[in-house]
Design a protein around this ligand. Structure first.
Ligand SMILES: C[S@@+](CC[C@H](N)C(=O)[O-])C[C@H]1O[C@@H](n2cnc3c(N)ncnc32)[C@H](O)[C@@H]1O
Ligand code: SF4
Length: 328
């Protein structure tokens, strides 16, 4: 376990159809009550125990982590943890511009922005009608001014929805230093109605990209890196492919995930997790928590993506935890 992803809250200001479709996450949908969410102090306790066990990377995610108004305070606390080498945030960037300098001052190291298209209409669809492209682009610029360049830009590619806008998006970011990562649409959770024919395999995208701007593959930055890295031969930068559907990488996965209600999951496609909130609220000390964390990790045998059968996955029969809860 090298990498801990913390989902700060299950709410989001977007309704991306592949993650939180409006039909399911409507006005009456009951999100977690505040009392059921881990407090910042509780998150810090888990993070501190995790770094004590060797976790060196923490990513804050959600839901939309910027809906947490006290995020800079949490970042400040996390950034002080001994052993933590990399503190990152994944966000849709709509609320980023006003807080990004505070996040930098608090010690955040890196930002990944999710942005599925630069075509206004397609972007609207991919954000469930809630996103404002101009504000997201302002967020990106503000992040650059605050010293976060290069950013990673995550693009979920869905066939027939935004795949025709991928080349334009790559063109926009070529030469900026930002690293666009094209992500296969995954069957996380059970609510997005995933179908295998909505997935654009990375190798198909790679050949489209390569035909336009020749690329060559580059070594992994570190073992267990999920994105396959490529660089443009003309020196205009790097792109990544995340192919969890067509080329699973369960064997090298080093990630644990903490949901906003304090469940620890050892796989993105998990059906059950380990409750940390109850022991914490019953007064568990660091040693007890450390035992729970290491036991959970050592017992893991997850390899969902390697075993996935699309015909079975399409039936959404397993009650997998949702992406907005577990954090992407
Ligand atoms: C769940 S979001 C949480 C953070 C933030 N709201 C955001 O969108 O960046 C984290 C990442 O998961 C990705 N994601 C969500 N649902 C997905 C799916 N079904 N397949 C692939 N990626 C998905 C999003 O595109 C995003 O990059
Ligand atoms: S992908 Fe991120 S922005 Fe989109 S609905 Fe999920 S949590 Fe919200």
């Amino acid at each position: 376990m090298h990498d801990l992803r913390i989902s700060l809250l299950d709410r989001c200001n977007f309704r991306c159809p592949y993650c939180m479709p409006e039909s399911e996450f409507h006005e009456d949908y009951e999100f977690l009550k505040k009392t059921l969410r881990l407090t910042h102090a509780e998150i810090l306790q888990v993070a501190s125990v995790a770094t004590g066990l060797g976790v060196s990377k923490i990513r804050l995610t959600g839901g939309e982590p910027l809906l947490d108004k006290k995020l800079p305070e949490l970042v400040r606390g996390l950034a002080r943890l001994p052993g933590l080498e990399d503190l990152a945030l994944t966000t849709n960037a709509m609320l980023l511009a006003p807080v990004v300098q505070d996040l930098a001052d608090a010690g955040l190291d890196r930002i990944t922005v999710s942005l599925d298209s630069l075509d206004e209409d397609v972007f609207k669809v991919m954000s469930g009608g809630r996103g404002d492209l101009g504000r997201v682009l302002d967020g990106i610029e503000a992040a650059v001014r605050a010293g976060f360049a290069p950013l990673k830009i995550n693009v979920v590619v869905e066939r027939g929805v935004n795949d025709h806008t991928v080349v334009d998006l790559l063109e926009h970011f070529r030469g900026t230093g930002h690293i666009v990562r094209l992500i296969e649409y995954m069957d996380v959770g059970n609510r997005n109605g995933w179908r295998i024919n909505q997935v654009v395999p990375s190798r198909e995208l790679l050949s489209i990209v390569h035909a336009r701007w020749p690329v060559r593959s580059v070594e992994q930055n570190y073992p267990g890196e999920v994105a396959r890295r490529y660089e443009y031969l003309d020196g205009q930068g790097e792109i990544g492919f995340i192919s969890s559907v067509t080329e699973p990488f369960c064997g090298s996965c080093t990630r644990a995930r903490l949901s906003s209600d304090g469940m620890l999951y050892t796989c993105l496609f998990a059906t059950k997790g380990t409750d940390l909130r109850e022991p914490i609220r019953n007064g568990a000390g660091d040693e007890e928590l450390s035992d729970i964390l290491s036991r959970t990790w050592l017992q893991r045998a997850d390899r969902y993506s390697e075993l996935r059968r699309p015909d079975v996955a399409e039936h959404h029969a397993l009650s997998k935890v949702e992406m907005y809860r577990i954090g992407g």
